[in-house]
Design a binder for this molecule. Sequence first.
Ligand code: C5P
Length: 222
Amino acid sequence: TPVPVLTIDGPSGSGKGTISRLVAEQLGWRLLDSGALYRAVGYAAGMEGLDLSDAEAVTRCAQHVKIRFHAAPDGQDTRVLVNGHDATDELRTETAGAAASAIASIPTVRQALVDLQLGFRKAPGLVADGRDMGTVIFPDAAHKVFLTASAAERAKRRYKQLKEKGLSVTLSGLQREIEARDTRDASRAVAPLKPAEDAVLVDTTGMGIDAVVAKVLAVVQS
Ligand code: C5P
């Protein structure tokens, strides 16, 4: 039997990252944070001084970049190494998110990251977090969830996260950026952000983390 996969797709700020991590911990499964891969490519391209709209150059970058995830001790965030440099903090910024979204619309960049993502599927199971996990990368996944929340709620969550990290942001600016990124992600020609036909939709507006985790675990156990 194939290694089981749970895909968790949805827009930025829907809580995917936190929920995916907690659900993977509960199940004892591996975790694929596919957004981090796109962020890493955008970051590496920026470091090389590439024009992010230069599809050929960015694709070459995506084909050669070395991305490694390093588990950190108890409760601390997994570190992301890009070409040997610990870029964890840089990758979290809205600038990195916008760069990721820009290079993610290049089909050959997406193609360059396919095998890397498929390689995360190892026993006993995989939780795959992203935009196209259930539609493109793991269409045969046994369990698929699509997480949403209102744009206002997502902006509020992001605001809190970034403030805690000591970054200076405004709520209104953040909501505008989130809406712009959603529109770009949902309207692009390749792998647009949309629920798989067989995904369970979970609207997390007003829900606490524990309740969402329970709901997602119920999908896996159903
Ligand atoms: O999830 P995260 O905010 O880290 O993703 C950053 C950007 O990477 C998204 O806005 C999206 O454009 C892109 N992305 C993607 N496909 C994925 C994951 C992320 O296009 N599977």
